[in-house]
Design a protein around this ligand. Structure first.
Ligand code: ADP
Ligand code: MG
Length: 600
């Protein structure tokens, strides 16, 4: 049931009883009206009876006055007769008026009047005249006639009274009936009204209560569903392996799950309503500067943000862990930002194993290099001992000077190799300016024997004066990896081309700015890389070389290049005519260097 039908029912509940009561009241008013008309009728009948009584009284007065005058012959006693005679016409007229609606009664009245007139004219007036003339009043015939006339009058009056009284009785009876009817109607009407209103309202209330029960049920089910889903959400959040913190739009903590409590060192009760900065204090691994609160970043950008992956979380007890995290906006149904959810995880272990892997790869590279270096050093040392042997035996000064020069050259080569070897592991703390030609030449020098063993010819075209800023040992590792891969792929008789090209600052077609830098390419004419393994190349431990490979070279190289703010791209073809692989490394001249090697 919706709100409008509910209103409709409420209106009906009020209006229907009012209408029913009004109808009942109307009928009652009509009944009272007709009862009061009956009362008026009774009053008129009373009036008529009174008037008739008045007439009767006047006639009695006349008869008594006449009788007194007849006996005493004293005029004073005739006075009541005269008074009554004077009043008679008016009284009679009034009585006749009251009978205006009843012709039969008018006729009876007229007959009464004429009987009275006859009595006056043929008995009363002659008798008075006789008395006044001093005549005889004992005329029996006259008196008897007078008596007969008077009897006639009395009879008519009595008749009139009887009909009037009867009419009054009828009216009174009618009135009683009306009153009874009214009472009956009142009782019946009350019962009927009560029943109708009761049943009707009961029906409506049943509808309303049905609807109420229904909506109550719906609400209950919804509440149960909400409770269940909240419970599920709570359990999910509780058991999730990542730390989850939710904040309101002002950046105050609203909830914090078990993992987040463990990682931050704040319990839920302590953390609730605290500013996020307090609970989730993050800063940069190298600069040690506090990092912008993710809630502020999400609020500003109004979209999901990821933290840089060298973020450190300072726990409540002061210990530090590496974390990786993301923040996402929480929106209401009007898409307004009402909060932010923060998801983060402890990557300290991963970070450590990554560092261990890096060290491992360095060791592997160093191990592989050690063999070639031993070989490399062995050759000049062999020459030196041969030269010393010759110098010992041969006497001429000229020859000795020549051998000494040759020995010096051989020793210089050994020194050069050992210096190159040393610089491979001499980590600089800050990026330094690197002359690319110098670095690449020294790498080639170290790898010379290896290339020879593999039967690979190396062509290089690196112009002088190309400089970038970076960590030389790390970049050496990159190019050693790339050159090794290329040489191994090319195989005997193959060619590896190493080239470098300056790249001026530019804006590409998407309007993105690219800094000034150098592109170093390592190209081989090996078999190329099949498409199905391209996607896995940069993943750690992916190798096609079995025991001989570590599968870390490309992964680490990309990490180092990304750290240097550069890019590494691979192009490969397995076509029969032009097979081979080209790897291009872009290094910016003045990069913003990310402190930790990143890999993904
Ligand atoms: P590894 O050299 O120890 O195998 P890398 O990470 O350096 O590990 O290389 C991974 C894989 O990529 C190699 O095993 C190889 O199959 C492939 N690969 C890398 N460089 C080349 C290349 N220049 N030509 C063909 N395949 C290559
Ligand atoms: Mg490799």
């Amino acid at each position: 049931m919706d709100a409008s039908s509910f209103d409709h029912i409420l209106r009906k509940v009020v209006i229907v009883p009012i209408v029913a009561i009004l109808v009942g009241a109307g009928i009652l008013a009509w009944q009272i009206q007709s009862a009061s008309a009956t009362v008026t009728l009774i009053q008129t009948q009373d009036e008529r009876i009174n008037q008739t009584l008045g007439i009767e009284q006047l006639i009695v007065d006349q008869e008594t006055g006449l009788r007194g005058y007849e006996v005493t012959h004293d005029l004073r006693l005739l006075q009541p007769y005269l008074n009554a005679q004077a009043k008679f016409p008016e009284t009679f007229r009034k009585r006749r008026e009251l009978a205006a609606t009843n012709p039969a009664r008018q006729k009876a009245l007229d007959a009464l009047r004429s009987a009275h007139d006859t009595w006056e004219q043929s008995f009363a007036s002659p008798l008075i005249s006789t008395i006044q003339a001093g005549g005889d009043t004992n005329d029996v015939a006259l008196n008897y006639q007078g008596k007969l006339l008077m009897d006639e009058i009395r009879k008519r009056i009595a008749d009139l009274n009887v009909t009037t009284v009867h009419a009054r009785e009828v009216a009174v009876e009618h009135w009683h009936k009306q009153v009874r009817n009214t009472i009956f109607f009142l009782i019946a009407c009350s019962i009927l009204l009560g029943l109708t209103i009761g049943l009707y309202v009961r029906r409506l209330i049943k509808q309303v209560s049905g609807a109420f029960r229904q909506s109550h049920n719906v609400l209950r089910i919804r509440a149960e569903q909400t409770f269940r889903s909240e419970e599920k959400l709570r359990t999910t959040l509780k058991s999730i392996g990542d730390g989850v913190i939710t904040c309101d739009a002002e950046g105050r903590v609203q909830s914090i799950n078990d993992t987040a409590q463990e990682l931050t060192g704040w319990s839920e009760t302590e953390a609730r309503s605290q500013p996020l900065d307090e609970v989730f204090a993050i800063f940069d691994e190298t600069t040690r500067q506090p990092l912008e609160n993710p809630v502020t970043r999400v609020t500003r950008s109004n979209q999901t943000v990821r933290l840089q992956n060298h973020t450190i979380l300072k726990r409540r007890d002061g210990t530090e862990i590496f974390i990786e995290d993301s923040g996402a906006p929480i929106r209401d149904k009007h898409a307004r930002l009402v909060g932010v959810v923060l998801v983060f995880r402890d990557v300290t272990l991963a970070k450590r194993s990554q560092q261990a892997l890096l060290a491992n790869e360095k060791l592997a590279v160093a191990g592989r290099l050690a063999a070639s270096i031993a070989h490399e050093i062995h050759n000049p040392l062999d020459s030196v001992s041969n030269l010393l042997f010759l110098m010992d035996g041969v006497a001429t000064d000229e020859e000795r000077t020549h051998f000494l020069l040759l020995a010096k050259q051989e020793i210089a080569r050994v020194t050069q190799i050992s210096r190159a070897m040393l610089s491979l592991y001499r980590e600089s703390k800050a990026p330094v300016k690197i002359d690319l030609r110098e670095m690449l030449d020294s790498i080639l020098l170290l790898m010379e024997v290896r290339f020879q063993t593999l039967g690979v010819h190396v062509a290089h075209d690196v112009p002088g004066g190309l400089c970038v800023h970076g960590f030389p040992a790390e970049l050496r590792q990159v190019f050693t990896n790339l050159l090794t891969n290329a040489a191994e792929a090319s195989g005997p008789g193959g060619t590896v081309k190493l080239a470098a090209l300056p790249q001026p600052a530019r804006n590409d077609e998407d309007g993105i700015h690219h800094d000034e830098g150098v592109i170093v390419t390592v190209e081989d004419n090996g078999p190329g890389i099949p498409e199905n393994i391209l996607a896995q190349l940069f993943q750690p431990f992916f190798t096609t070389k079995g025991e001989r490979g570590t599968g870390l070279g490309l992964w680490i190289s990309r990490g180092i290049i990304t750290k240097h703010g550069g890019t590494i791209d691979l192009e490969s073809s397995t076509a029969e005519q032009h097979h081979g692989t080209t790897i291009s490394v872009f290094l910016a001249t003045n990069p913003t260097i990310n402190p930790a090697p990143a890999s993904s």
